[in-house]
Design a protein around this ligand. Structure first.
Ligand SMILES: Cc1cc2nc3c(=O)[nH]c(=O)nc-3n(C[C@H](O)[C@H](O)[C@H](O)COP(=O)(O)O)c2cc1C
Length: 317
């Protein structure tokens, strides 16, 4: 092995290219902190090097501040946790004036999670955010009751979902991600509906409605009776949704549900995700996302995989 050709043939790049694309957006790695599990990002700056993360989805933002649900708000389950936070948040205007100026100093993509109780509220939140610098994309949380339609969830009805997405599309200059509810008969129908309405990507998926009863008191463990199940237990169920959605839509998918280890990321990407989000794992270790970036790089190196984007859709039946 002395000729230059032979040397080149055995050369291996030492670095792993962790960059991924979600539509028009480029991320330094596929690890994005999930909404509601990482505050507004900056609260974690003393613990986590935010510059290492591919992105941060901030806590869901509504037009007015919301106090949230009564305590207790979270309950541990064998495979994860149930939460009923009640979408507590400081409101979009306080986010723009107090949180965003600090957050945008970091070299990570900021994604604003948006919700409302009617279509005009979604549009209003986006309109406020449109005037602000330092946001890469919007993530619409459509797992919310529509007060104008008797509380039916946008995320479980393709026509309601289309309506909110098309109005949001008109208001937004930035990429529009739509976070789907897992509680749909056929995820492909919902994914196709939001794709046709103008979504740039789908995020699969939110939590699963759940109930946890205290055997002694025969009352719920949560202040607002039911909540949303997340964590390791939902991973295989949501992974199937990612796979099924990917078979029928042409826009990118961001996958999430129970990701805690590098191989979870690999599996979601193989199922069709372009990038992933990490939620409940932050309750075990606030540095979970940063650790995942390191772990993913090491995993790829061990597997001689030098471009992580090659994993996307690599699952073979
Ligand atoms: C405490 C908590 C709060 C959450 N708040 C929001 C939220 O405000 N908006 C939203 O779209 N999803 C919210 N989620 C859902 C997560 O972003 C994520 O979709 C879900 O937990 C599944 O991912 P995981 O298993 O990695 O946690 C929340 C989840 C938890 C555990």
């Amino acid at each position: 092995m002395s000729s230059p050709e032979a040397a080149r043939a055995t050369e291996r790049p030492t670095g792993v290219d962790l960059r991924v694309r979600v539509g028009s957006l480029s991320f330094k790695n596929p690890i994005i902190a999930a909404s509601g599990t990482f505050g507004y990002g900056i609260e974690f700056a003393g613990l986590v090097d935010l510059n290492r993360l591919g992105g941060i989805v901030v806590k869901g933002l509504s037009i007015e501040p919301m106090a949230g649900a009564p305590a207790p708000r979270i309950c541990e389950t064998p495979g994860g946790m149930i939460n009923a936070i009640g979408l507590q948040n400081i409101g979009v205007r306080a986010f723009v004036s107090e949180k965003l100026p600090k957050l945008r100093r970091y070299d990570t993509a900021v994604i604003a999670n948006v919700f409302g109780s009617c279509v005009s509220e979604y549009v209003e939140v986006i309109t406020v955010l449109e005037d602000s610098e330092g946001i890469s994309a919007y993530e619409l949380n459509i797992s919310c009751p529509n007060v104008e339609r008797g509380g039916a969830e946008y995320g479980t009805d393709p026509s309601l979902a289309s309506e909110v997405v098309s109005q949001a599309r008109r208001a937004a200059q930035r990429p529009l991600w739509v976070k789907l509810s897992p509680l749909v008969g056929t995820i492909g129908l919902m994914a196709r509906a939001v794709e046709s309405a103008g979504a740039d990507a789908v995020v699969v998926a939110n939590t699963y409605p759940a109930l946890c009863i205290n055997a002694h008191t025969r009352r719920s463990h949560l202040g607002s009776t039911t909540g949303g199940l997340s964590g390791a237990g939902i991973k295989p169920i949501t992974m199937r949704l990612v796979y099924e959605a990917g078979r029928v839509i042409h826009i990118p998918i961001v996958g999430l549900g129970g990701i805690a280890n590098p191989t979870d990321v690999v599996e979601y990407m193989a199922a069709g995700a372009s990038a992933v989000e990490v939620g409940t794992a932050h309750f075990v270790d606030p540095r979970a996302s940063e650790r995942l970036v390191d772990g993913l790089e090491a995993w790829c190196r061990d597997e001689n995989l030098f471009e992580i984007s090659r994993l996307q859709g690599s699952f073979e039946v």
